[in-house]
Design a protein around this ligand. Structure first.
Ligand code: PEP
Ligand code: MG
Length: 539
């Protein structure tokens, strides 16, 4: 048994098999081949196995995410069976005596360069498909290691650092825990783990050794330990802890009982979700609604922009599932640590201070307009609030209203039905906080994003693990600023929600209630803990 220490992101226990996710691409070495026919046979077998895998993925994606989102796998299959692509690889094996892995890698590079040189953005984005396909072929050539481990029921993902988009691409039904070598407690990956209620440790001093693949391990998010090949007594102890954690999380209160607590304390709990699949998990939790649905997932899960129709269907599904409860959907908040390859965003010196949130949307009006039209249409099917991220000025509000007007005009002309959602803004920059008295007159609600508000107020990168010792989330400046925002909102008669990670910090719940905060929107994995706190405070 080996024991490693890490920082806990989500306190829970996970038992499963390790899956090592190495960053970057697989580099194949050139190995001289004498049996050319045997090598060709190896390649064709890998090609067939990969096609089989892609077909499975297509079926699964179509079921879970609809035809539109699944279409990418059809493209994959077309590439894998494309004569030019296949001939290019087999020619290198036949003529140059390359091993199949090396031939696949050389042709991958050739196609990547070819796609990168294209003007058409759509074709440029196909480079990603070639990369993905080549890696799958390499996996298959190396014995299909990935897929064997994916067959396991419970997987603990071990990676250097996972980006939110990589995390979303994992088969989350099977992922029970995350271990990352790098990472910061406030990164989006950490938030992602919390949102999904997945036990996770970051800054674990473990090598990315592929021999760990498939080994039994335990993530102990309570004690901050990662056990590889645990001894029987540790395994038994952790299984017992796992049962206790599960029991503690059982919600014992009815919706009615909770509502009376909400009334008494004048605060309510909503959920933050980052994926349409999470809606299912909310069914058993007696929450007021969804306080933050990060719409990024719709963009991350795919290889190209979602259409208005696809977005509409997705938002409508969430609204209908929530049966009239308030659902706040945030418009795309991309930039900084949330990157999406097909956006081709230019790299910046200081991405957190650069193109992100509303700035990206206002620069890309068509993209923004498409999302707004989809949201307006969906709002006819439920109780929707549209939330705009990273606001810093009144001018942005004017521009947002112009886009809204344009969207309504177009929908009317297209004879598309739409509803009347409410509109809110994220207060997550000191600028927005300081003019919150003015902004409050322009919108129906505020949502305080303490993750960014803290990083911008303290001038400390939320991603930096080096700054963690100085990153004081209880800094008096943060609490003062939340108080100021709440007062300004209430003067204008609009409600305030906190949707950053601080909302789930039970050492602050009483303070937030005293400040008059109306709603705490928390990662759904944290809901039972916060509900318990409210019960305690209501006594
Ligand atoms: C925040 O900044 O607090 C927030 C909720 O937004 P995100 O974490 O998605 O940037
Ligand atoms: Mg934010």
């Amino acid at each position: 048994m080996q024991i490693y220490q890490g920082k806990s992101v989500y306190e829970g226990i996970a038992i499963g098999k390790i899956r090592v996710c190495k960053k970057g691409e697989q580099q194949a070495r050139r190995i001289p081949v004498t049996d050319i026919n045997g090598e060709l046979e190896r390649f064709h077998q890998a090609q067939e196995a990969t096609i089989g895998q892609i077909e499975d993925l297509y079926g699964k994606a179509r079921e879970e995410m609809g035809e539109g989102n699944a279409a990418i796998f059809e493209i994959y299959e077309a590439i894998l069976t494309d004569d030019n692509y296949v001939n290019d690889i087999t020619t290198l094996i036949k003529k140059n005596g390359y091993n199949a892995e090396y031939a696949v890698t050389v042709i991958k590079e050739k196609y990547l360069q070819m796609f990168a040189a294209m003007d058409d953005e759509y074709l440029k984005a196909r480079a990603l498909d070639i990369r993905d396909i080549s890696e799958r072929l390499l996996d298959a050539l190396q014995g299909g290691k990935k897929s064997r481990i994916e067959d396991e029921e419970s997987i603990i993902v071990l990676s250097e650092e996972l980006t939110p988009s990589e995390a979303l691409q994992l088969n989350l039904e099977k992922v029970v825990g995350f271990i990352t070598v790098e990472g910061s407690l406030y990164s989006h990956t950490a938030i992602f783990a919390k949102t999904r209620g997945i036990p996770a440790l970051i800054n674990v001093d473990i090598g990315m050794d592929t021999s760990l693949d498939g080994k039994l391990a335990i993530v102990d998010g309570v004690g901050g330990h990662f056990y590889v090949e645990p001894k029987q007594d540790v395994l038994q102890e952790c299984m017992q802890k796992l049962r206790t954690v599960k029991e503690e999380k059982q919600i014992l209160l009815s919706q009615q009982e909770l509502n009376s607590i909400y009334d008494k304390l004048k605060i309510c709990i909503c959920a933050n979700i980052g994926n349409i699949k999470d809606v299912e998990a909310l069914k058993d939790l007696n929450i007021k609604g969804i306080g933050l649905l990060r719409s990024e997932f719709l963009f991350f899960e795919r290889k190209d922009f979602p259409t208005e129709e696809e977005q509409f269907e997705c938002y409508k599904t969430v609204l209908e599932a929530m049966q009239g409860k308030h659902v706040v959907i945030r418009t795309l908040d991309i930039g900084a640590d949330k990157q999406c390859a097909y956006f081709h965003m230019e790299s910046e010196e200081n991405p957190a201070l650069g193109m992100r949130g509303i700035r990206v949307l206002l620069e890309n009006r068509e993209l923004f307009l498409t999302q707004i039209k989809a949201l307006l249409r969906a709002s006819a099917y439920g109780n929707l609030g549209i939330l705009y991220p990273m606001i810093t000025s009144m001018e942005e509000m004017t521009e947002i209203k112009e886009v809204l007007e344009q969207a309504k005009t177009e929908l009317t002309r297209e004879k598309n039905l739409f509803g009347t959602p409410t509109h809110g803004i994220m207060i997550e920059t000191p600028a927005a906080a300081l003019i919150s008295d003015l902004l409050a007159k322009e919108v129906d609600f505020f949502s305080i994003g303490t993750n960014d508000l803290t990083q911008y107020t303290l001038a400390m990168d939320r991603q930096s693990s080096k700054l963690e010792a100085h990153y004081n989330k209880y800094h008096p400046a943060i609490l003062r600023i939340i108080r100021l925002i709440t007062e300004n909102a209430h003067k204008a008669g609009i409600p305030v929600s906190i949707c950053g990670e601080l909302s789930a910090d039970i050492s602050l719940t009483e303070e937030f209630i005293k400040m008059g905060v109306d709603e705490l929107s928390v990662a759904f994995g944290m809901i039972p803990i916060l509900q318990k706190k409210l019960v305690e405070l209501s006594k």
